[in-house]
Design a binder for this molecule. Structure first.
Ligand code: XLS
Ligand code: CA
Ligand code: CA
Length: 445
């Protein structure tokens, strides 16, 4: 504990009790020490609390002001005093919840000052304080990032602004945020481009904006190597909101962008479940697509709502959906530098102070239970065996000749007209496979 006030009075350290617990301030599934598929649960899931929605956002929306009880953000207080008390609250929460990681934007922890020098000094002071809290609590940094979307200067984009001075200010900001992340031992650095897109094509030069975005990213990668940051640079795709169209639309779009600009070996993806929904994909699709391209990095597990078209950032609570994503991740060997960030918001009506605990406990239990189901599915080999058998023909002489380039269009025609081939339809077994998944979800203990 720090010397300051206790913000979450009445809540102690959240412990694992087990599936039969009726106490909502306990874990029913998340048991950090339990070994699953060769790793401690904590090390598999690498879960993180996000600073911005949990400690900065007051519960406002486009139609209404803040509703949430956030005693560490009292209006009228000196902004640096407020930042320090917010950080006390954040680390009290993290230590009680027992999540091993957190994530932050530069402006979440330190308010912008009157001059660039004051802004930089404020961030340095808060990074130093964060280092003390991390040391005291053992909480680590999953990723840092820069807020390149709130300030009015970024209304027309940061890297993709029509004004090179805005590009320069954004570059200075990322330079500092990357160094702050490095100083705190961050495992990754994220770039999410909420304003990197357009509102109308009538005023937009797509060719220039793509070149600017690529240059910006190359500068970030170059600086990462200069300062010796060993974490991963991640891009977080999102199709829209706040921009009408965002260039980092979805996993496949970003993979193409990275390949076009020589960045495929340097940058990976941070995939958010809610952004998959907004792009018209399942989360499973986004994760599998990134893995297939060798570009998978990390996830933001917060979900959206299929009944509306905006970013609701809800706590994950579907074991089935999360099992499918974790299955793909486990099958590929699990997280390396990445992990599971909860970029989650309470609902505006969740005004009790301990609601923040209930949201995160539910999310962590959902991920833990999904991990058990995914590990059991993987261990059974049922899906992988079916997939292997389904493509077995490609290992035979015909498949090999096609893939190694020895077959031509004409040689294939000759083989078909020669009468040797008569492919029969084979069941894809979708319904059966869906029941295989359900069985593992139901039985995982
Ligand atoms: C917004 C994004 C954002 C990034 C970090 O929709 O999810 O929170 O994760 O800038
Ligand atoms: Ca989101
Ligand atoms: Ca996110």
């Amino acid at each position: 504990m720090t010397d300051g006030p206790e913000f979450f009075e009445g809540v102690g350290r959240i412990g694992y009790v087990g599936p039969d617990s009726d106490d909502p301030l306990t874990f029913r599934w998340y048991d950090a020490e339990r070994v699953v598929a060769g790793r401690r649960m904590e090390d598999h899931l690498r879960m993180a609390v996000c600073y911005w929605h949990s400690f900065v956002w007051p519960g406002s929306d486009v139609f209404g002001e803040g509703t949430l009880d956030r005693p560490w953000s009292v209006p009228g207080v000196d902004p640096m005093d407020a930042a320090r008390s917010k950080m006390d609250a954040a680390f009290e929460f993290l230590a009680k919840l027992g999540t091993p990681y957190f994530c932050f934007h530069d402006r979440d922890i330190a308010p912008e000052g009157a001059t660039p020098a004051e802004t930089a000094a404020r961030l340095d002071a808060m990074v130093e304080l964060a280092a003390d809290h991390m040391e005291r609590t053992g909480v680590r940094l999953l990723w840092g990032t820069a807020n390149l979307f709130s300030h009015p200067r970024y209304a027309a984009g940061a890297a993709t602004s029509p004004d090179p001075e805005v590009f320069a200010v954004a570059a200075a900001q990322v330079c500092h945020a990357l160094e702050a992340t490095h100083a705190l031992g961050g495992a990754n650095y994220v770039l999410w481009g909420g304003r990197e897109g357009y509102e109308t094509l009538l005023n937009t030069d797509l060719v220039r904006e793509e070149a600017q975005l690529a240059r910006f990213l190359n500068l970030v990668v170059d600086h990462k190597h200069r300062i010796g940051f060993e974490g991963t640079i991640l891009i977080e795709p999102k199709p829209a909101e706040p921009a009408k169209h965002q260039y980092d639309h979805d996993a496949a779009t970003v993979v193409g962008f990275l390949a076009r600009h020589g960045l495929a070996d340097e940058v990976r993806l941070n995939l958010e479940a809610n952004h998959a929904t907004l792009a018209g994909h399942s989360f499973h699709h986004e994760v599998a697509t990134a893995l297939a391209a060798g570009a998978f990095g990390s996830i933001d597990a917060n979900r959206g709502d299929p009944q509306n078209g905006w970013d609701t950032d809800q706590f994950p609570n579907s074991v089935e959906e999360c099992t499918l994503a974790l299955y793909e991740i486990l099958a590929a060997g699990g997280f390396t530098t990445g992990g599971i960030n909860f970029d989650t918001k309470l609902r505006r009506q969740s005004v009790a102070r301990d609601d923040l605990f209930h949201g995160h406990i539910g999310a962590m239990d959902t991920m833990a239970r999904s991990l058990l189901a995914a590990a059991s599915l993987l261990e059974s080999g049922e899906l992988s065996r079916f997939r292997t058998e389904r493509y077995a023909g490609w290992e035979g002489p015909l498949g090999t000749a096609v893939l190694d380039g020895s077959a031509t269009l004409a040689s294939l025609r000759d083989e078909v007209t020669g009468g040797g081939l008569d492919p029969a339809p084979v069941s894809g077994r979708q319904e059966l496979l869906e029941q295989v998944v359900n069985r593992h979800v139901e039985r995982a203990r």
